[in-house]
Design a protein. Structure first.
Ligand SMILES: Nc1nc2c(ncn2[C@@H]2O[C@H](COP(=O)(O)OP(=O)(O)OP(=O)(O)O)[C@@H](O)[C@H]2O)c(=O)[nH]1
Length: 261
């Protein structure tokens, strides 16, 4: 690692990426193009919830602006990044799209919960059990000593499937209130809800803006498509849609591979 990185971290342990930006500068009436080093703070956001609730689709929608053509069960973790602009500052949101299936997550769990800045809990509005399992996801965060003060939000996904909605909004709102979280009901699939999905993650970004990310150099230096040092289980054989992702094929029923079909 470069001395430059070491000095960055001896300062305030705040992870930054720096990149060059060409900016216009007006000096003495003449407009010049000058190169400026831009420092960006990186925030790690984990997205957790049962398998099949749409975590991959939500992060994909936010980072790539569309619903994926096809999805496969996440194995371990998938990373997506998006640079956002909040109140005059460029931030980088690093989304950790985690596997919902126990067998695909157990060896990775301790990595998910290290140096987390925010948590997005996701349930499927058409599947009551995914909502009923929320306390277990919260418990898992507590077991891994996640700081209680970091932003947490609750997202009910698949609101487009109006005929199949099983989780009542009032019930979800009560749960969210009791855990001091904002609730959003949305759809990764519905193109008309694209702005809403953006707004959800931007809400997190605004909450994070005033916090100071603390992350050791090995994670701060994460580059999409590269394996963060000390994370052993990430495969880089991903499709272009699933960079850094190991996936499992769905069964014929369209469910993920543990459905037994
Ligand atoms: N109707 C509808 N289907 C969705 C939506 N989001 C995701 N899906 C579907 O739900 C299934 C699961 O989506 P994923 O994003 O892979 O779910 P996941 O939570 O990442 O699952 P794991 O990787 O196993 O943890 C896929 O068939 C998606 O097409 C949505 O907003 N509406």
């Amino acid at each position: 690692m470069s001395g430059d990185l070491a000095s960055r971290h001896s300062y305030d342990e705040t992870p930054h990426t720096s990149r060059s930006e060409m900016v216009e500068s007006a000096e003495g009436g003449a407009v010049q193009i000058v190169e400026k080093q831009v420092q960006r703070r990186i925030f790690k956001i984990i997205v957790i919830g049962d398998s099949n609730v749409g975590k991959t689709c939500l992060t994909y929608r936010f980072c790539l602006g569309k619903f994926p053509d096809k999805t496969e069960a996440t194995i371990g973790v998938d990373f997506r990044e998006k640079a956002v602009h909040v109140d005059g500052e460029h931030l980088k949101l690093q989304l950790w799209d985690t596997a919902g299936q126990e067998r695909f997550r157990k060896s990775m769990v301790q990595h998910y919960y290290r140096n987390v800045h925010a948590v997005v809990f996701v349930y499927d509005m058409t599947k009551m059990s995914s909502f009923e399992n929320m306390p277990q996801w919260i418990e898992e965060c507590d077991r891994h000593n996640l700081n209680k003060s970091i932003p947490r939000i609750l997202v009910g996904n698949k609101c487009d499937a109006v005929d199949r909605v099983a989780v009542n909004t009032n019930l979800a709102q009560k749960f969210a209130d009791s855990h001091n979280m904002p609730l959003f009901e949305t759809s990764a699939k519905d193109d008309e809800k694209a702005n809403h999905v953006d707004a959800i993650f931007m809400t997190v970004a605004h909450k994070l803006k005033n916090s100071k990310p603390m992350m050791p150099p090995h994670l701060a230096d994460f580059v999409p498509g590269e394996v963060p040092r000390n994370v052993e289980y990430i495969s880089l054989r991903g499709s272009p849609h699933h960079r850094g992702l190991q996936t499992a094929a769905r069964g014929q029923c369209g469910e993920k591979s543990d459905c037994g079909c």
